[in-house]
Design a protein around this ligand. Sequence first.
Ligand SMILES: C[S@@+](CC[C@H](N)C(=O)[O-])C[C@H]1O[C@@H](n2cnc3c(N)ncnc32)[C@H](O)[C@@H]1O
Length: 205
Amino acid sequence: MKRIDVSSIGFGEACDEGFEQLFPFLDDDESNVMAPIQFASLELVRSALQIAEICSKDKICDIGCGDGRFAIVSFCEYGVQQSIGIEIDSDLATLAKEKVKRAKELLSGDKERNSDKLIIVEGNFFELDEKQQALVEESTLFIVYLLKDKMHLLESFLRKQLEKGARFISILFPFLDWKPIKKSDDEKVLVYSKDSIPKSNCKST
Ligand SMILES: C[S@@+](CC[C@H](N)C(=O)[O-])C[C@H]1O[C@@H](n2cnc3c(N)ncnc32)[C@H](O)[C@@H]1O
């Protein structure tokens, strides 16, 4: 399978440092917007996927995909079966869809790839329709680059997915008091699996 470097698509400025102090208003926000608009660098995206030992059998879901970089890199450079990015901000979702279109042009000619499986969904993660939810629940590797104070909103969803065998990557911020199974040396990438779920909360044995 051809692995396509997507650097030429041109992804905008990234922020690989903590941003909580920059957006204090979101901490008190009652809505389920879980993070401001900031992107991980392509370098961080690639290293996160490698640390999580991404493989071609994986199906990726980026919860809050920004301009779609995790979905696009995982699909084009690591050859995963399916990549979905969910984005609440409509301008960003449009940008992500434009970048996906360019990624699909790069993939065209590779008959082994079904580029319909690279998908951007515009919407609130908590308000997806049944069909979108079913797609999301097929995923085996989730990406979470969200504010620490908002992560509790995903606790029950992610617990259920991990118990089914999925894993997730949290960028920059530890997920609640769960124990990562792997992390990068600088701790910007934290990987969680079923073994990370605190025992008292773990429904299955
Ligand atoms: C910190 S950015 C990360 C973007 C991308 N995942 C990356 O790593 O480059 C978080 C994104 O989550 C989106 N977001 C926040 N709450 C959301 C929600 N409830 N549903 C879908 N997207 C959401 C924001 O609009 C923002 O683009």
